[in-house]
Ligand binder design. Structure first.
Ligand code: NAD
Length: 377
């Protein structure tokens, strides 16, 4: 059976769905691997590296023969038209609000898997793309902030005087936020952080950052069974906003990462708050693609708002593509491995498996995922 690793067609996508390591792993699972020429270019993996690990370099003409297509992004209609009916396609599908594109994959007879729907259970930890990519995004957010900030992050005591340490405030201490805290600390900043989940308090403290939050009864009960944030009451939001407003005025860099599953990102930083910061301060909005945490943030831009540079880069993991590809490729191959029979080394897809059930969008000409219109095809 043939695995095809596609070259991404989105000009903003530098990642690739395989690495030399995962090609070897795929070969070991019994697959023939074809990598589209140039697929690894922006992740610094030359075709020759893929060849050395046992892949054949191919073109889009090889689509049709593929049993499995590995991608970073959901395939376009042109790409879909090239795949054979019955092929498996695995990617970050961005399914919410894209029901028409899902229906297209169903109609083409594809079995499409959305990696971001992987359940966050122990068995699937090594397949968790949200974590692998958010971790790098949190790191990159600090690097982007440092790049735009016209001052140093660490305190420097020199014969010519002292450069003060930058004050960094991280809002949302999930996977991305915790890595942002750790990275800012490594660069010598004085770091504080907030979150609405009480469990975050200890994690923030263990990284050496100060925790800032209104810790009332609502806060103490504010975590869902799945460990995710709840949308907070208007009253809590107002109290928290007042505390944050006072804190932000003293910060040099604010990094926001706050998301609530299935809801628009909460607005955490207002124009007024930005105005209270020193000129040349920085805000990085990692939630910009989901509506944004920062007022005035513009997707794909570094906007100037009230004297603050508001960074709204798109696809932040793609800005650190070579590292992000390595982890993403590993997530993919670990998932694909669960679909391969150990005895026959052939694909043996079990539609009842809980990982398959959670991530399969389309199969047998139908949309099979309950969140996206079961059996509507
Ligand atoms: P996320 O990307 O959904 O959200 C980022 C953070 O923003 C979260 O910590 C959330 O609580 C916070 N947030 C939401 N609204 C906020 C507000 N108004 N103010 C401040 N912060 C706000 O979260 P995530 O990074 O995916 O992590 C969510 C949870 O899942 C965490 O508890 C994490 O430890 C857990 N997790 C578990 C696994 C696993 O078990 N395999 C893997 C990854 C993450």
């Amino acid at each position: 059976e043939i695995v095809f690793v596609a070259k991404e067609t989105d000009p903003n996508e530098g990642r690739v769905a395989a690495s030399p390591d995962t090609v070897k792993k795929l070969k070991g699972l019994g697959f023939d691997v074809v990598v589209e020429a140039g697929a690894g270019f922006l992740s610094r993996i030359p075709d020759a590296e893929f060849e050395k690990s046992g892949a054949r370099i191919g073109t889009t003409a090889d689509y049709r023969a593929a049993d499995v297509v590995l991608k970073v992004r959901r395939p376009t209609s042109v790409e879909i038209a090239g795949y054979r009916s019955g092929a498996i396609v695995i990617a970050i599908m961005d399914p919410y609000g894209n029901e028409a594109a899902i229906a297209d994959m169903a109609n083409a007879g594809l079995t499409a898997f959305a990696m971001e729907l992987m359940p966050r259970i122990t068995r699937a930890q090594s397949m968790d793309v949200l974590s692998s990519q958010a971790n790098l995004a949190g790191y990159q957010a600090v690097i982007d902030a440092a790049y735009e900030y016209d001052r140093a992050l660490p305190m420097m005591m020199t014969a010519a005087g002292t450069v003060p340490a930058a004050k960094v405030f991280v809002m949302g201490a999930g996977v991305a936020g915790l890595q942002a805290i750790a990275t800012a600390r490594r660069l010598g900043a004085v770091v504080s952080a907030t979150d609405v989940r009480p469990a975050a308090k200890e994690q923030v403290a263990s990284l050496g950052a100060k925790f800032i939050a209104v810790e009332d009864d609502e806060f103490k009960a504010a975590e869902t069974a799945g460990g995710y944030a709840k949308e907070m009451s208007k009253d809590y939001q107002a109290k928290q906003a007042a505390l944050v407003a006072e804190h932000i005025a003293k910060q040099d860099i604010v990094i926001t990462t706050a998301l609530i599953p299935g809801r628009p990102a909460p607005r955490l930083v207002t124009r007024e708050m930005l105005k209270s910061m020193k000129p040349g301060s920085i805000a990085v909005d990692l939630a910009v693609e989901r509506g944004g945490n920062v007022e005035g943030a513009e997707a794909g831009k570094v906007a100037e708002v009230e004297g603050v540079k508001v960074i709204g880069h798109l696809n932040v993991p793609g800005r650190i593509a070579a590292s992000a590809s390595g982890l993403y490729a590993k997530n993919l191959v670990t998932f694909l491995e669960t679909m391969v029979s150990k005895e026959t080394k052939a694909l043996a897809l079990n539609m009842e498996d809980e990982l398959v059930k959670a991530t399969a969008l389309t199969h047998g000409g139908q949309v099979v995922h309950p969140n996206f219109g079961a059996s509507k095809g």
